[in-house]
Design a protein around this ligand. Sequence first.
Ligand SMILES: Cc1cc2nc3c(=O)[nH]c(=O)nc-3n(C[C@H](O)[C@H](O)[C@H](O)COP(=O)(O)OP(=O)(O)OC[C@H]3O[C@@H](n4cnc5c(N)ncnc54)[C@H](O)[C@@H]3O)c2cc1C
Length: 215
Amino acid sequence: MKHTLPARARVVVVGGGVAGCSTAYHLAKRGWTDVVLVERKRLTSGTTWHAAGLITQARPTYGTREIVRRSLGVFRTLEEETGFATGFERTGTLHLADGAERLEELLRQASAARANGITAELISAEQAAELFPPLYPGDLAGAVYYPDDGRGNATDTTMALAAGARQALAVPGRLAHRVRDQRRRFHHIQPQAATPPRPGESRGEEDEQPVPFGL
Ligand SMILES: Cc1cc2nc3c(=O)[nH]c(=O)nc-3n(C[C@H](O)[C@H](O)[C@H](O)COP(=O)(O)OP(=O)(O)OC[C@H]3O[C@@H](n4cnc5c(N)ncnc54)[C@H](O)[C@@H]3O)c2cc1C
């Protein structure tokens, strides 16, 4: 069975990485149901597939810090909301300074982060070593600790966002992948079962089997 892509939509999101799926998720949650996401291969097949999944709010601009701060809010409940595992863990992150200059830089970053309402604590080298025992404190001038940071599985998180968007959209065919035809034009989509990927499942370009993510 084929679904024809709608001729028009209020929003067309191009690309099914974490950014595209997150955009579709947030639009759908706000009631924008006339949204189509198109992905040329399969969800998460871009750089998202390679991401280590470290999530830190220590970012250089107000906007990028805000994206991560709000994303952490979503990641805390996304698994429970969608039933898709995200691997999210609130581990905190340590940012280490090996000298006065680097410490100054970290302090400026922490001060900017506080303007976003982000907790960023200056701690001593000894406190850093208490949080992460393999550290040798003698080498450090100090550290900044972001206790609300964490880590997650980037691929699983993206699939969970897609699932959340799908649940909120509740319209078949609104999340499409492998939509190009033989002439590589976007044309139609193939529906797939709503099954999450198995751990370790390949998403490389060499794998020509459609990966089910649900429509
Ligand atoms: C090795 C590595 C480790 C990383 N580790 C981290 C980390 O620990 N923490 C962190 O925050 N970030 C990390 N990153 C960065 C992170 O992976 C990227 O910032 C993030 O995945 C970007 O997501 P995206 O959705 O913008 O792009 P992508 O995941 O690349 O998604 C873009 C999608 O668009 C599709 N597409 C492109 N063109 C078209 C088109 N014309 N039509 C339809 N679809 C199209 C592609 O197929 C792709 O699926 C890492 C990156 C790498 C490479």
